[in-house]
Ligand binder design. Structure first.
Ligand SMILES: *Cc1c(COP(=O)(O)O)cnc(C)c1O
Length: 430
């Protein structure tokens, strides 16, 4: 067993400070064995905890770290920005520079607004959609996560209930009533909703690559259908690309599927590891945002020069020729290596991936909706997770979460990972 005494002590202390000992729930190891590890440092593909254990990291801070940990280009840019002051609450050229880099290389948006988290980006995008269309109701999907704003913490109602029910205490029923939650990959459900709530739907919001509840890859035709039905009903289509943006390509899922939504939200990678989110759209729709328009949205630390510099340094690397191709190939090599083994051993398991996002699917069958995931399969993940930690692989502590390959993962890392995953699967499946 690896040594975990310092982490255990730190967690005990953390529990006296924070609810559940953490500042974001999924960190708490609630669905895997043991206590969370406290991380001391990271470099490239590796992290080290405060007991000195080293791991190849596939959590990558839940997605932002596409270059791996502490990449020198980003660290240098942050240091330089810091020495000139951390925030001014007045415009800086660093905001222009990051915006220019993004907009020049993304044909799906004309204008952008920076905020400080993915939650904030999505919350603002929904307000913009409502302000622009003058309608209140929104459609979201079971199996997509859009941050923790009130009207997005809503799950499908049971039985014949038309409206969603809140998935958190503290969300007024009246808010939940404005959110309609539908299953993914179900065209009939959408048609029915548009006819029931004729002219009341402001927008459909979807993770075009749903990656917060397993990896529920949708067909391009389905996403194209969402594009067309929203246009037909004067509703907006929002792609929440907080994970997929700058991950499956510089232009994210919009670029991958060649579909132009009305608003796109970003987060995670865009800030190079610093707290940044953003939403972008056409110049016409963005003109509704204050101070140009009457949809209010603001932020004291929005676009602060340190975060902007980190984002610019990271995204500049992503623009290098072959960057995404190489990430995808590495990820494919990892998945193929494990999948060949699992198929030979006839295990109900497959690693599925898109770009450099992967998911450990404990099922033989293709899964496109949240309902199709068997909760019992999470028991297998829990066992595998413990084995991987013992053997030097760090994955996000939940079987519903995806993993990320970064540019810093070496061929050697991938080879070692395949070996450990194979051994782990063999152990837990018998
Ligand atoms: C992570 C995530 C969010 C929330 O972003 P935070 O920065 O955690 O607030 C929203 N949408 C999607 C798709 C995400 O993956």
């Amino acid at each position: 067993m690896i040594k975990k005494t310092k982490s255990a002590t730190a967690f005990k202390k953390a529990k006296t400070f924070f609810p559940g000992g953490v500042n974001s729930p999924v960190r708490a190891f609630g669905s895997v064995d043991g206590d969370p590890l406290f991380i001391a440092k990271g470099k490239g593909s590796k992290i080290q905890d405060i007991d000195g254990n080293k791991f190849i990291d596939y959590c990558c801070s839940w997605g932002p770290l596409i270059l791996g940990h502490a990449p020198s280009a980003v660290v240098k840019a942050v240091n330089k920005a810091c020495s000139n002051g951390l925030s001014f609450g007045a415009p800086t050229v660093q905001e222009n520079e990051l915006a220019e880099l993004i907009l020049k290389n993304n044909k799906y948006i004309d204008k952008i607004r920076f905020v400080s988290s993915g939650t904030e980006a999505v919350m603002s995008a929904i307000r913009l959609a409502r302000g622009y269309t003058g309608k209140d109701k929104i459609i979201k999907f079971e199996g997509c996560y859009h941050g923790h704003a009130d009207h997005l913490l809503v799950k499908a109602g049971s039985g014949l209930a038309t409206f969603g029910t809140s998935s958190s205490a503290g969300v007024p029923e009246a808010f939940a009533n404005e959110t309609i939650v539908l299953p993914l990959n179900d065209i009939k459900a959408i048609e029915k909703t548009f006819s029931t709530f004729y002219n009341q739907i402001a927008c459909i919001i979807i993770e075009p690559i749903p990656a917060n509840n397993g990896l529920l890859l949708q067909g391009k035709e389905y996403l194209q259908y969402l594009r067309e039905i929203t246009q037909k009903h004067n509703a907006l289509l929002i792609f929440d690309e907080v994970i997929s943006g700058f991950r499956v390509g510089f232009e994210g899922a919009a670029g991958l599927y060649k579909i132009k939504p009305d608003i796109i939200t970003y987060g995670k990678i865009i800030g190079g590891g610093m707290p940044v989110g953003a939403y972008g759209s056409s110049a016409a729709i963005m003109s509704k945002i204050a101070p140009e328009g009457n949809v209010y949205q603001a932020g004291t630390l929005s676009g602060n020069p340190v975060a902007m510099s980190a984002g610019k340094a990271q995204l500049s690397q992503c623009l290098k020729k072959g960057f995404y191709k190489s990430l995808e190939q590495k990820t494919k090599k990892l998945c193929d290596g494990v999948n060949q083994f699992a198929a030979k051993e006839k295990m109900p398991f497959k690693m599925i991936s898109v770009g450099s996002i992967f998911w450990l699917r404990f099922s033989k069958n293709e899964i496109k909706t949240a309902d199709d995931i068997d909760p019992k399969s999470m028991n297998s993940f829990r066992k595998l997770h413990a084995y991987l930690l013992e053997n030097g692989l760090y994955m996000g502590p939940s079987g519903y979460e995806v993993g990320f390959v970064s540019a810093a993962h070496s061929d050697e890392d991938i080879k070692k990972t395949i070996k450990i995953l194979k051994e782990g699967l063999k152990k837990i499946m018998n």
